[in-house]
Design a protein around this ligand. Structure first.
Ligand code: 6GU
Length: 236
């Protein structure tokens, strides 16, 4: 998979070089290319924003640098890519909420580009124009406002990349975790490890019993209770 990102803060993406994603880059499972939007400006101040038509607070990202960087990315698309068009994700608090189902689907894509908006957003014509050349998505990380899309793009990248076969050592750990399509949409049960008693607190007896059926029942009950308490919206 090729992951690209367009940003005015390329340094935000350095953490991708760490940990499991860093290993996936080193092993060649994924490739990451970060583009500085200001490299596609032509004025002395490398201007990427301007005041909004119609008035109002804040600044809007100018269309010209976005057009140039997306032209550049589109011009490098290899005809050998199986995907007809790269997927272009605009990160915005006005987007569709990003969920595990989106990560599952995107993990099968060959080429994903994140367009990280800042300020009040990107001139809408960039998004309209891009639909001719990219499979365009607009995703939000959740119902709160960030200063820009970089942290959202990092979070989405991690959620996607860890699903690529070979990135996570033990694929079974993907199966039972919260929000996995295979766990009935319930939150994950609490987990414990040794020692059996720590600071006066005991591991629930059933987990030490060796009765696999009882352990499964206990975990299911804990999952249902947690989900009812914290995320009743997830219950069937
Ligand atoms: Cl994707 N971007 C910004 N700026 N704020 C957000 C977000 C994205 N998702 C939630 N809040």
């Amino acid at each position: 998979m090729l992951i690209e990102a367009v940003t005015v803060f390329p340094e935000y993406f350095e953490p991708l070089r760490l940990s499991l994603i860093g290993k996936a880059i080193e092993s060649g499972l994924i490739d990451v290319r970060i583009h500085d939007l200001r490299d596609f400006t032509h004025d002395r101040h490398r201007t990427v924003d301007d005041t909004p038509y119609g008035g109002g607070a804040g600044m809007v990202m100018k269309p010209e640098p976005w057009g140039e960087v997306l032209d550049d990315i589109a011009s490098r698309v290899q005809t050998i890519e199986l995907q007809p068009q790269p997927t272009l994700i605009f990160t915005t608090p006005a987007g569709t909420p990003f969920a595990q189902s989106a990560a599952d689907e995107l993990a099968t894509h060959e080429h994903i580009v994140f367009a990280c908006g800042r300020y009040e957003g990107i001139d809408q014509r960039v998004i309209e124009w891009a639909r001719a050349h990219f499979d365009v998505r607009e995703y939000s990380l959740g119902d709160y406002v960030l200063n820009g899309g970089e942290v959202a793009a990092l979070a989405m990248s991690e959620a996607i990349v860890r699903l690529i076969p070979g990135v996570i050592g033990n694929p079974e750990s993907l199966i039972e975790e919260s929000h996995a399509a295979t766990s009935d949409g319930l939150l994950e049960y609490p987990v414990y490890t040794k020692p059996a008693t720590w600071r006066g607190l005991d591991v629930p007896e059933v987990l030490l019993s060796g009765h696999h059926g009882e352990v499964a029942k206990w975990r299911r009950a804990r999952s249902e209770a947690l989900t009812a308490e914290r995320r009743p919206d997830l219950l069937p």
